[in-house]
Design a binder for this molecule. Structure first.
Ligand SMILES: Cc1cc2nc3c(=O)[nH]c(=O)nc-3n(C[C@H](O)[C@H](O)[C@H](O)COP(=O)(O)O)c2cc1C
Ligand SMILES: [Mn+2]
Length: 641
């Protein structure tokens, strides 16, 4: 007889599997009813991505399109899979863990072998050694990924979606890009999207801060740089490509550790790179140092189209694949989306490692609504005055945390995932300007379109901890709040569409900016006149609110566009995105004369060079094509999805 306990055991062992390849994972999803197959033709152009997005939003299953229709109307020979990681549970299954923090705990275990303990209980050391061994990749002569060699390599035969209507073309959205350090030969595997320019040309979007860009800089002008793009493979191999690993840990070793078996690697046919042998596709080729091409636009993680930029071009020399390959892809855009689950898993997996290096960090949360890089909430120890600020500064320089725009530091017992608690901390603990620390001219994410310059912006640390008893400021009087009637008075101000109190010292108002960027289209040209009018309007609204008697104790004033509906059920989530993805600290933060309060301008800015700091082109928001969306909605309703 099978008892409940048995069932639990079976499901635990199921979820903790090591995956041989993508197929094994897909079969498991099928058997647990988490996969649907679509056997009628579906367009790679917009339709497949729209379906995947809708499924993610509903916490729905993974999907395989068996007949993906290519741009030329033909049906691709290869199935397209999407939404493989679209729920927290599915991501955990893909990683073979019950909670991603197990991954970090294992890594920390490897980083500090407890010598004393190992001597007393040798078997604990044995397990570590075993895990250590599973990290070394294993070279094999022929990989499953090379079972079939495409006669005339042609990228346009692969089912590669165009996910948003204004995208510059189809993009590989889950690529595992392999390069090697020209000096040491150490391989790197990073996920950098690839734009399909033609049969044999692919744009490689490795941002300046990433390992492949580092390799490219060291190649030397006279040499070609070998590159391979792998698709598919065991899910932990894919996860490894997005993981923010330290410089000295290779993704291949990490993939072995994650998947609890050594990663098999095999040599490419037309260059000397070694690639994971069990992936579904390998696209081999090279870049020519110095050669670039305009890449983008592309609807990206922040919910905006990425601005066009110059990026290297890969020339394809071979395409090989498994006998039964599947092409996995994703769609990114206004959060929440599938990559949100991957990002959350990264956060959970790497928190223990971060805490091992930064011992004051008690907890850390990167809300997916802010695209991960725009906000981190950090619970820090605060044993001595200003310790939390020290913690935040340390994190700003830790690996890919360098991309962060804002950190809110909170007390060590603060629940970092609780938005109400966060508002309370900002409301009660933050004195302006003393608790706002602004760092000008720092590293920015290449995707940060609100930054005044590409890759350079200002950073903000908000110290929302309580002061220690021995802090020089510890005898300051308590701060007061505002009456609720403030929102009513503020709504009456000309130009204010809606006003709402968020907390006793926090007010948010929405407005409509004449000639301002609309979500549907990007704004390419500077327009000094309308930009000046925008600045004036914001200043007027701000000053009139500040002048209200009921605003005497207002410390935070948020101003944003009225495409945010403050009456919507999910308005706070939406507001997080709206506030953090539209503002630049040094440009859009305004203090009053006594500097006791701040206005946070998060209206989409009009491009301009004449303001206090430049506003670059302002991109459109990722929105589905209405016709495609209607068709997809109708189809999903018919199918009961
Ligand atoms: C779906 C997805 C797409 C991504 N696209 C890019 C990209 O186009 N360019 C980039 O530099 N990073 C991109 N990233 C982030 C990198 O994969 C990530 O920073 C990784 O750790 C880089 O590896 P590296 O440190 O070896 O360079 C993407 C991540 C995900 C999850
Ligand atoms: Mn790397």
């Amino acid at each position: 007889m099978i008892t409940n306990e048995h069932i639990q055991l079976i499901s635990v062992s199921n979820s903790l599997m090591a995956w041989r390849d993508l197929r094994e994972y897909l079969l498991n999803l099928r058997d647990s009813n988490e996969l649907i197959r679509i056997s009628h033709p579906v367009d790679c152009y917009l339709e497949a991505g729209c379906i995947a997005d809708k499924l993610v939003k509903k916490g729905g299953p993974a999907i395989i399109f068996d007949q993906p229709r290519l741009a030329n109307g033909e049906i691709s020979k290869y199935p397209l899979a999407m939404n493989l990681f679209g729920t927290r549970e599915r991501t955990n299954k893909a990683l073979g863990v019950e909670n991603p923090k197990e991954i970090g705990e294992t890594m920390v275990g490897l980083m500090k072998p407890d010598i004393g303990g190992i001597l007393k209980k040798p078997w604990t050391g044995l397990e570590l050694a075993m895990q250590g061994m599973s990290m070394a990749p294993k070279k094999v002569r022929k990989g499953a990924c090379q079972a079939v060699v495409m006669k005339d390599p042609d990228m346009t035969k692969l089912p590669i979606p165009t996910t948003w209507p204004m995208d510059g073309g189809p993009f590989i959205t889950l690529p595992l890009v392999v390069t090697k350090d020209p000096k040491t030969g150490q391989h790197n595997m990073g996920m950098y999207r690839g734009q399909i320019f033609g049969k044999k040309e692919i744009g490689l979007h490795w941002q300046a801060h990433k390992h492949a860009a580092d390799h490219a800089d060291d190649v030397g002008k006279e040499n070609r740089m070998p590159v391979a793009i792998c698709l598919g493979g065991p899910p932990p191999v894919m996860f490894s490509a997005i993981s923010p690993l330290p410089d000295n840990l290779s993704e291949y070793e990490f993939a072995g550790l994650l998947n609890k078996r050594r990663l098999r690697i095999t040599k490419c046919l037309t260059n000397d790179l070694w690639v994971p042998a069990e992936v579904d596709f390998v696209i081999e080729g090279y870049t020519i140092p110095g050669e670039t091409r305009t890449e983008g636009p592309f609807g990206d993680h922040f919910g905006y189209y990425c601005l066009e930029e110059e990026y290297p071009v890969m020339h394809v020399t071979a395409i090989t694949h498994r006998k039964d390959p599947t092409v996995p892809m994703t769609i990114v855009g206004v959060p929440p989306m599938e990559d949100g689950y991957l990002g959350e898993a990264i956060g959970d997996a790497f928190r223990p490692v971060l805490q091992f290096q930064h011992r004051d960090v008690k907890d850390l949360f990167l809300p997916l609504e802010t695209g991960f890089h725009n906000l981190a909430i950090v619970a820090s120890k605060q044993r001595y005055p200003r310790q939390a600020r020290k913690t935040a500064l340390g994190l700003m320089g830790a690996g890919q945390m360098m991309f962060l725009k804002s950190i809110i530091a909170v007390n060590e017992d603060h629940n970092v995932k609780d938005l109400e608690a966060l508002l309370k901390a900002l409301d009660y603990n933050v004195r302006i300007p003393e608790d706002l620390i602004i760092l000008d001219g720092m590293v920015a994410d290449s995707l940060a379109h609100a930054s005044p310059w590409q890759n350079v912006h200002s950073k903000l640390i908000i110290d929302a901890t309580t002061l220690t008893d021995n802090d020089p400021r510890s005898n300051e009087p308590k701060m007061m709040g505002c009456p609720d009637s403030l929102s009513i008075s503020a709504s009456g101000i000309e130009g204010v569409t809606k006003a709402k109190m968020m907390a006793s010292s926090m007010l948010v108002v929405t407005t409509n900016i004449d000639g301002g960027p609309r979500p549907e289209e990007s704004m390419e040209e500077v327009n000094e006149e309308t930009a000046a009018a925008q600045r004036e309007k914001i200043a007027r609204i701000r000053d009139e609110i500040w002048a209200l008697e009921s605003a005497k104790n207002l410390r935070w004033l948020f101003i944003t566009d009225d495409d945010a509906d403050l009456d919507d059920e999910h308005w706070r989530r939406r507001l997080l995105w709206q506030l953090f993805c539209r503002f630049e600290v040094s440009r859009d933060f305004h203090f009053d004369e006594q500097r006791k309060r701040v206005a946070w301008d998060a209206t989409a800015p009009i491009p301009s060079n004449e303001g206090p700091l430049p506003v670059r082109r302002w991109p459109a928001v990722t929105l589905h094509d209405p016709e495609v969306e209607e068709k997809v909605d109708a189809w999903m309703e018919r199918e009961g999805l």
